[in-house]
Design a protein around this ligand. Structure first.
Ligand SMILES: NC(=O)c1ccc[n+]([C@@H]2O[C@H](COP(=O)([O-])OP(=O)(O)OC[C@H]3O[C@@H](n4cnc5c(N)ncnc54)[C@H](OP(=O)(O)O)[C@@H]3O)[C@@H](O)[C@H]2O)c1
Length: 357
């Protein structure tokens, strides 16, 4: 990994960016996360032709607490096309629907833009880095095979907390196998998301194609660039009537069957592998020792939504060790993950603030 660049706490000029898919659940979180960002300035929003041409306030069902930022409310929604971006924008954050992401994000890359995406369309491509800054910042080297435009992906909303928890254990001992069950919030399915018939007074054991993503993304994150780690993950994903926060039960077999105290120490001592970033919290992993934690209501907001919370670290008679891990799905698992990746690109000198900053 290259040496980090010193960036001013409050530069005179910030990096101008646009959001694609700005009207959706993740797009709204991105707008919220970019309020007063020290290095990044949101200058344009874009969505489908249903929204384009209206003001952001008219086009959007704002689903977050509080009001949308007034400056964004007044912005015109643009179409998601490179030629519709204002002059000076060379980087876009994408919260596009997965169905359309491949074509639109591909067009932006071909036009020379940098695209940081939440969508799954490019995550498995061998030349597209899948990055959580605290886990595998060195994977940005894969960007050298793209260019001048590029696509950088952040993982599935459950793969992020899972990879953060597994990273120190895989480095120290090696993960041999993982069995994962999830209880996933409805905001993870976008807006309006799952039908009320499936979600009210019910749990829904068909969370889209989340299981396939969890079966492959942790290995790409925890392996070397271009060489995924070699361990199986067996995942079962369930949507539950909770607004925000995905809870995962993780059962692990680690090489050498280490003692539980050593596993606990390694897991809780992990602070991440990236240089300090505005969106990367310390502590990165919060421990909740209570028998009834972590739980979404109390723990999804840890570290402004960017920390993960673990609890119930116990011996597993089948696999060796088991614990719960919880992460905020639209913050740590999506919008905040993309913004942290953008901060990492700036911190490692792969993107530069405007001249005079
Ligand atoms: N929600 C999560 O927790 C989460 C976590 C990780 C990753 N993701 C991924 O992030 C992406 C966004 O998720 P979301 O939950 O925010 O979904 P969402 O609420 O359904 O929002 C989808 C966005 O895509 C736009 N869009 C749809 N069709 C379009 C088209 N043909 N052209 C241009 N824009 C179009 C929508 O614009 P209109 O409003 O104009 O229709 C909207 O802005 C998805 O790929 C999802 O898989 C979501």
């Amino acid at each position: 990994m290259t040496a980090p660049v010193d960036l001013p706490a409050r530069p005179a000029a910030r990096l101008p960016v646009a959001i694609l898919g700005a009207t959706g659940m993740v797009g709204q979180r991105m707008i919220e996360q970019l309020r007063d960002h020290p290095w990044v300035e949101l200058v344009a929003v874009a969505a489908s032709s249903r929204s384009a041409g209206r003001s952001y306030a008219e086009a959007t069902s704002w689903r977050l607490p509080g009001s949308m930022p007034p400056a964004v409310a007044a912005m015109p929604v643009r179409v998601c096309a490179p030629e519709a971006m204002p002059p000076g924008v060379r980087v876009v954050l994408s919260a596009l629907d997965a169905e359309v992401a491949r074509e639109i994000e591909g067009a932006f890359r071909a036009a020379g833009f940098g695209v940081i995406t939440n969508a799954s369309a490019f995550r498995a491509d061998p030349d597209v880095p899948l990055v959580v800054p605290e886990v595998n910042p060195e994977h940005l080297s894969l960007l050298d095979g793209q260019g001048p435009g590029f696509i950088l992906a952040n993982p599935n909303c459950c793969a992020v907390p899972l990879a953060i928890a597994l990273a120190p254990l895989h480095t120290r001992w090696g993960v041999e196998a993982a069995v994962v069950a999830t209880w996933q919030a409805v905001s993870g399915a976008g807006y309006p998301g799952e039908s009320a018939w499936d979600m009210v007074g019910n749990v829904h054991p068909h969370a889209g194609n989340e299981e396939q993503k969890l079966n492959i993304e942790p290995q790409k994150l925890l392996g070397a660039p271009g060489a995924p780690a070699d361990f199986p993950v067996s995942a079962r994903c369930v949507r539950v009537p909770v607004a925000d926060g995905h809870l995962l039960s993780v059962n692990l077999r680690l090489r050498g069957a280490p003692a539980l105290d050593a596993v606990r120490e390694a897991l809780l001592g992990f602070g991440g592998r990236c240089p300090p970033l505005p969106s990367s919290p310390q502590p990165l992993i919060v421990h909740q020792p209570g028998r009834d934690r972590p739980s979404p209501r109390f723990d999804a907001g840890a570290g402004a939504g960017m920390a993960i919370t673990v609890g119930r670290i116990e011996p597993c008679p089948v696999m060796g060790v088991k614990f719960f891990v919880l992460g905020h799905n639209t913050v740590r698992g999506a919008a905040g993950a993309a913004i942290a990746n953008l901060e990492l690109l700036l911190r490692l000198g792969r993107l530069r603030l405007p001249a005079g900053a």
